[in-house]
Design a protein around this ligand. Structure first.
Ligand SMILES: Nc1ncnc2c1ncn2[C@@H]1O[C@H](COP(=O)(O)OP(=O)(O)O)[C@@H](O)[C@H]1O
Ligand SMILES: [Mg+2]
Length: 218
């Protein structure tokens, strides 16, 4: 089996920046890396992503949103994540099940049990070995995310960025509570640090944890 690492945190905390740097670091040390993201990661799930992130879809109801995430995840895990882990790759995924808990439960108020049931259904037993939580003040994260969206030429994937600050604060707290409940799975880094410093912390932790896992297997 490979090694499954997910990246979590609010918009603009630095997930996409850091996941790319970690992918480069791992490839440089000879690892086979699968870099992917949610929602999306394969053709069918990318179509669902477009619906989920389209700022025009303001009328989307919380349960419809939750089910779309679950559908996208089921396809992505089955088509991309599980096969990559089975051939021994390190799989890096930008957002995963913890995002659904933080956004749809802490953010939207959907009962946790429903979300856990759907996450389990979609994952079929696939679980992250390590989750990097980039903790960040929403004021800072949203300012960065807005700057990125304003300067990018692609579709404006900003339905969540348009939520009130209080929503993002609940999401942040939700993530921290998840990390507090599973300290061994989570690595919390400070998103307010420099890009280089965060990347260095993540690389060192990942190297030592993957080594630990190899020893445990032997
Ligand atoms: N630690 C950091 N310090 C300053 N700017 C950052 C940092 N991390 C990311 N950024 C910048 O902030 C913006 C959002 O980062 P990104 O990695 O896209 O966040 P996310 O994927 O979590 O939404 C990008 O323009 C990125 O270059
Ligand atoms: Mg991103």
């Amino acid at each position: 089996m490979g090694y499954f690492i997910t990246f979590e945190g609010i918009e603009g905390c630095g997930k996409t920046t850091q996941i790319r740097l970690l992918a480069e670091h791992l490839k440089a040390s000879g690892r086979a890396v699968t870099l992917t993201r949610e929602p999306g990661g394969c053709a069918i799930a990318d179509k669902i992503r477009a619906i989920l992130l389209d700022a025009d879809n303001r009328a989307m109801l919380p349960h419809a949103e939750l089910l779309l995430y679950a559908a996208a995840r089921a396809q992505h895990v089955g088509e991309i994540v599980r096969p990559a882990l089975e051939i021994g790759n390190v799989v890096l995924c930008d957002r995963f099940t913890d995002a659904t808990i933080a956004y749809q439960s802490n953010g939207r108020g959907i009962e946790r049990q429903t979300i856990d049931t759907l996450n389990n259904l979609a994952c079929g037993g696939v679980r992250p070995d390590l989750t990097v939580l980039i903790d960040c003040d929403p004021v800072l994260g949203l300012e960065r995310a807005r700057r990125r969206i304003d300067t990018s030429s692609g579709p404006r994937e900003e339905r969540f960025e348009l939520e009130a600050l209080a929503f993002h604060q609940r999401v942040r707290e939700g993530y921290l509570a998840l990390a507090g409940g599973e300290p061994h799975r989570f690595l919390i880094v400070n998103g307010g640090d420099s890009i280089e410093r965060i990347a260095d912390t993540i690389a060192r932790q990942v190297d030592s944890r993957m080594e630990e896992q190899q020893h445990a297997v032997r």
